[in-house]
Design a protein around this ligand. Sequence first.
Ligand code: UD1
Length: 433
Amino acid sequence: MPRYVINGGNPLKGEVEISGAKNSALAIIVAAALATEGESIIENVPQGRDVGTICMILKSLGVDLWFDSQNRLHIKAQNLNRYQAPYDLVRKMRASFYCAGLLLGRLGKAEVPLPGGCAIGSRPVDYHIKGFSQMGADITIEHGFMKATCKKLKGTNLFINRSSVGTTINLMIAATLAEGTTTLENAAKEPEVVDLAIFLNAMGAKIRGAGTDIIRIEGVDKLHGTEYSIIPDRIEAGTFMFAAAITGGDVVIKKVVLEHLRSPILKLEEAGAILEKGANEIRVRAPERLKAIDVETSPYPGFPTDLQQPLVAAMCLAEGTSLIRETIFDRFRYVDELRRMGADIKVERETAIIRGITKFTGAPVEVTDLRAGAALTIAALAAAGTTEIYGVEIIERGYERFEHKLRCLGADIVREETSEVSDIFSQIDEVKV
Ligand code: UD1
């Protein structure tokens, strides 16, 4: 089990390059398997654990995937012929449920485990299932699986209750090969949804309106492989922006799309950071001390829920009291860990009330979920003394070479393997022998 050991206090300085967007990659890799002709070659795929998991799931369904020497992912899906997604892999990540849209679109049959609860609260997939059913699939829920069949999905008008990212992606994947036109109303407008639509159109799909709240998908008979490069990860970029601001740093964050970062940029400026914008980069210089601000998370283009935790970590050291309201998920469990580092945070329903302190103190802490892991890491970089962060394999689900990138910016961070309890038993056996 890996952990980070961080000696805080070094201001981050230098340049960092942002990887491809994890959430785009997960959708695009699954969508690539809709093609019955040719192969897709995808560039800028971030090599985190979640991407590895989705590749393994597709392999188990009969899809050929491999990385070439330039780290481009090749996907050939002519042999996709199995419709049962394995529980052991699907349980690791909710986005695995995108396989349901793929299998229904391609094979007209899908057996996919329902994702369970997770560390950021209950995350149902009822909107996805309702959409498949309205498109004509016969669906039963049995033994923890969604079992769905259809001759061919039929295009129809679908209204998504909340502008859910996952539902928009799954239904878009399913609708590309459906009979007739599907309209998704109240669709998510996130850049990752737009990225998927551009990719699907390059495969021969007919999708209009992605990036607005009405997406129209005219079904086509077949799709072919294509070459594509995934957009930069706006959440990774935002995490480095907060890391620079909290450590008193001066960092140029390269390979970003500034438009995707509008809300975090405005909020950091409001908190007193000095931001210089270039064409595909942004320089973040920390002020003497950050100022408290109030923020509410909301769907794009609002402040992303995935940056709420790094923001909270930064506000813990700001002058004054901040109110941070989380409207998407139940995402404040990690504040107990920040409190162990000295943070003064009170949570009332969906709002965190943060009174600024002047310094975190290093402590052993545990990662509860991906973005909480990023928040604890950047808090540790600004802390007095040493912080040990346990559970960093969760951070590695979504951040590519996180500790390496931080080390290149001057952070005193090492990744260590700790022994598991089971190792003790093998040591006992060795002694007995
Ligand atoms: C995606 C992102 C995640 C991000 C989130 C919100 C991926 C792989 N993950 O998650 O990083 O934090 O968007 O921007 O892209 N809901 C239902 N029923 C459903 C579907 C959603 O009630 O069937 C609710 C959720 O519980 C949540 C809200 O709708 O409260 C929005 O969730 P959604 O946008 O679907 O998030 P994900 O796609 O799971």
